[in-house]
Design a protein around this ligand. Structure first.
Ligand SMILES: Cc1cc2nc3c(=O)[nH]c(=O)nc-3n(C[C@H](O)[C@H](O)[C@H](O)COP(=O)(O)O)c2cc1C
Length: 310
């Protein structure tokens, strides 16, 4: 009997739906047992988010400052054969509960185990996944693949729809004008296709041998136009996070003016960095060094650096 541990945190239940659809093919398999294990942060994150609380998460997210988390009811006596780590991106970084887990004593669960990452987010997950792969390595885990579901709609649309969703809880106010917020039902249902690939890889030994089970261009496609943009944005975030944290820890009123400034810069950044990134891309495109960096980033993000069977 093989045991699969699915670790996740989800505010609206969206990521949990993605994971349940992904793991659905495992249900009919008598040789595998799947254990769904929610990550429970000590401090509850509100949903919908009050505006100040929403921005107040930014510095600790970006600097990977771990909150205390628990895995209630976890059976630690089981020697799991595969870990599936579900997380969402917050501020181009892993969400705080995910960072909390990967920096807690529970990170020992990953030691010498294959770890597949599953992301459900708006569409800016590249930088967060780089951080998560480093944290998996630091925990002694073996990265085994990535599966991503992004919000429906264009980048401009999702910027509006996700913000309204997170701050008001409303997903479907856009009839005929914008797509509903979040990942589409069709994309969630399609996750089962990748679950079958994962199950095959578990049975035929590819997971154990450290070989790829997904085709990264299908399971976690990366848009090359935004790799550099995220890198630039993330560096700006790091700088901003360091400045805000000079005013103290989460919840301190002294941070509010700096967070207001950050929100302003974020708004300006989104309308300037994205076009800047695209212009920079047009310039860099001719550079062989940039192309090498980009190709390597994409392979790593999509998990295509894993060896293939045969
Ligand atoms: C504080 C915060 C910051 C977020 N930042 C990002 C981001 O940088 N990139 C992104 O693609 N999505 C971002 N999102 C959206 C989430 O990744 C995710 O889609 C949404 O929170 C729903 O996830 P859940 O209901 O499964 O928890 C953010 C959400 C929150 C709450």
């Amino acid at each position: 009997m093989k045991n699969v541990l699915v670790l996740y945190y989800s505010q609206t239940g969206q990521l949990e739906r993605v994971l349940r659809s992904l793991m659905q093919p495992f249900e009919g398999d008598a040789g595998v047992r799947v254990h769904f294990q929610p990550i429970v942060p000590e401090r509850v994150y509100p949903f919908p988010w009050p505006v100040v609380t929403f921005f107040d998460q930014f510095p600790e997210c970006v600097q990977l400052v771990p909150p205390a988390v628990d895995l209630p009811g976890l059976d630690e006596s089981i020697d799991y054969d595969l870990i599936v780590l579900g997380y969402q991106t917050w501020y181009l970084s892993p969400s705080l509960p995910a960072t909390g887990l990967l920096k807690s004593r529970y990170a020992a669960l990953l030691r010498d185990k294959p770890v597949v990452t599953v992301i459900g987010c708006r569409n800016m997950w590249y930088r967060g996944q780089l951080a998560v792969r480093q944290l998996i390595d630091a925990a002694g885990g073996r990265f085994a693949g990535i599966f991503v579901r992004e919000d429906q709609g264009t980048r401009a649309e999702t910027f509006i729809t996700v913000t309204v969703w997170l701050l008001t809880g409303r997903r479907e106010t856009w009839k005929g004008v914008l797509s509903p917020a979040g990942v589409s039902d069709a994309a969630i249902a399609d996750s089962a296709r990748f679950g079958r690939q994962l199950l095959d890889g578990l049975h035929d030994g590819r997971i154990d041998r450290g070989q790829a089970v997904f085709d990264g261009a299908d399971s976690a496609p990366v848009d090359p136009h935004y790799v550099l943009t995220e890198e630039i944005g993330w560096r700006g975030f790091r700088l901003g996070a360091g400045i805000v944290r000079l005013a103290g820890g989460p919840g301190r009123w002294q941070r509010i003016p700096l967070l207001g400034l950050f929100a302003l810069c974020l708004g300006i950044g989104i309308v300037t960095i994205v076009p800047f990134g695209l212009v920079a891309l047009a310039v860099f495109k001719r550079s062989a060094r940039y192309q090498r960096w980009l190709d390597q980033q994409i392979r790593y993000l999509q998990g295509d650096d894993l060896p293939r069977a045969g």
